[in-house]
Design a protein around this ligand. Structure first.
Ligand SMILES: Cc1ncc(COP(=O)(O)O)c(C=O)c1O
Length: 463
């Protein structure tokens, strides 16, 4: 049977031999990264200088003084000062397979043996097709008769959203307004900073997209949430008749504080949008992979109502997945890069891992991780009344409100956790929450216990 010259390269026994050597060295060195520890004093001075220098180059200091060395083991990661942190934020959801994973390294070796560093629109390798197909097939629940047909790949979550907006604005031109949830985060591009519900992120930027905000689900008043949101939607539809092209749904508010709605809440809003000729966009840049289904719109049973979905972060390559009914005219979407070849190869491993790894369903891995982590955080609350409200979130997105949600206290806790070796991140405001995006693909229950142990120590230090 005929094969390409590249296939012959990949079948060369020297490649397998080199791969095995790299993997055995990696396994050996990774095994030294298994628990949180402080910096090596001999490396600390250079490290501090590098942290200072990167702040200078960026024009702004780092949020955490974090510079990785390049070695990690699951959720444990070595920094360049020799310290080891327990990473339960994963670059805000990116490193879903943790640090230094053998499968991802293997994917990077495959990528290194490809001819180019970047994939693009003009020239791309077959891996682009494989990743796009996985995302479309996953959106169709692996059935051949699903509604989703197309996937446009890109480099960032904000660009995936930009492309979704361009598709849906073109479809409903000249309608130019968008609807989105209050508290949503959609990215920081020229367009998306006007959708993201945070005025501080667009200071001095001229308005690009006129966005009207709908209140998200309020867990303290579930019975009135749907009525309140529908009422607001009706008022906006009456005020701007025919002017909305789309509504964006961030189904679990990420930056906004890990608020999740219900199927009934989302279906009511989506159906009303559809009735008004307004397309439904779901922003899954943070939720993808982490709920009880691969896509959060599937978790909430919204498959029949969604027109366009954006994914990112854990997928490594970002994408806009859409139905044929909204396929845009030529010229609307294109860009030089769609992602690095290594990102594409890693994307394939991760999405296949999510598909085949038992993550989904009511007793899938994501639910097991969620329950274990939630039980641990609740345990802290039981031992220390007043420290914990919640926990909140869905699947492998877990957050809670520490100390009544006081922003200053939460900031102090975040810094203390960093010092103690646990990486998390804050979310929302009034109350401010602490959130975790654990590396769902590799994290173990014992490592979750380690995170809870450190969290309790950090909370005690700032209580
Ligand atoms: C829900 C959501 N949408 C969009 C984005 C923007 O993604 P990126 O930072 O890759 O541009 C983010 C990033 O945090 C996000 O959480």
């Amino acid at each position: 049977m005929s094969q390409t010259r590249h296939a012959a390269l990949m079948a060369d026994p020297r490649i397998a031999e080199a791969r095995a050597l790299i993997q055995s060295a990696l396994a050996e060195h990774r095994s030294a990264v298994t628990a949180v520890c402080g910096p090596d004093p001999a490396l600390a001075a250079d490290y501090d200088a590098s942290v200072e220098a990167i702040g200078q180059i960026r024009g702004r200091g780092l949020f955490f003084p974090y510079l990785g060395s390049g070695l990690g083991n699951g959720p444990y990661v070595e920094l360049d000062d020799g310290s080891i942190k327990l990473d339960f934020i994963s670059g805000i959801g990116v490193h879903g397979w943790g640090h230094g994973d053998a499968g991802i390294t293997d994917a990077a070796i495959d990528a290194a043996l490809q001819d180019t560093i970047m994939q693009g629109n003009l020239q791309q390798n077959t891996v682009s097709l494989e990743v796009g197909k996985l995302l479309v097939d996953g959106a169709n629940r692996w059935q051949s008769d699903g509604r989703f047909s197309h996937c446009f790949l890109t480099t960032t979550g904000a660009m995936a959203n930009e492309n979704a907006y361009k598709i849906l604005l073109q479809n409903k031109a000249p309608a130019s307004r968008a609807l989105a949830f209050a508290g949503n985060f959609s990215g920081r591009t020229l367009g998306m900073c006007w959708v993201t519900d945070k005025a501080a992120n667009r200071v001095g930027v001229p308005q690009t997209i006129q966005t009207d905000y709908i209140p998200h689900f309020n867990p303290d008043r579930p019975e009135v949430s749907t009525r309140r949101a529908l009422y607001k939607l009706e008022r906006l539809l009456a005020r701007y008749p025919g002017q909305h092209a789309l509504m964006s749904f961030e189904l679990v508010l990420g930056e906004g504080g890990y608020y999740a709605g219900t199927t009934e809440f989302y279906r009511a809003l989506m159906q009303r949008c559809k009735d008004a000729g307004i397309a439904v966009h779901v922003d899954e840049v943070q939720t993808f992979g982490r709920t009880t289904e691969m896509y959060a719109f599937q978790h909430f049973g919204l498959d029949d109502l969604v027109d366009v979905v954006s994914v990112g972060k854990v997928t490594q390559v970002c994408a806009t997945v859409f139905t044929n009914a909204v396929n845009p005219k030529p010229g609307l979407l294109s860009q030089t890069f769609t992602g690095a070849t290594a990102a594409f190869h890693a994307a394939k491993v991760i999405i296949e891992g999510l598909r085949d790894g038992g993550f989904y369903g009511d007793s899938g891995r994501n639910v097991q991780l969620h329950n274990h982590f939630v039980a641990g955080i609740k345990g802290i609350g039981e031992r220390h009344p007043g420290w914990v409200k919640g926990p909140f979130g869905v699947g492998a997105m877990v957050g809670f409100t520490p100390f009544g949600g006081d922003p200053a206290k939460n900031k102090a806790l975040l810094a203390q956790m960093y010092k103690d070796g646990l990486l998390g991140f804050t979310a929302g405001k009034n109350p401010t929450r602490m959130r975790f995006l654990m590396p769902l693909g590799v994290v173990t229950e014992a490592q979750i216990d380690d995170a809870v142990r450190i969290l309790e120590i950090s909370m005690a230090a700032v209580a």
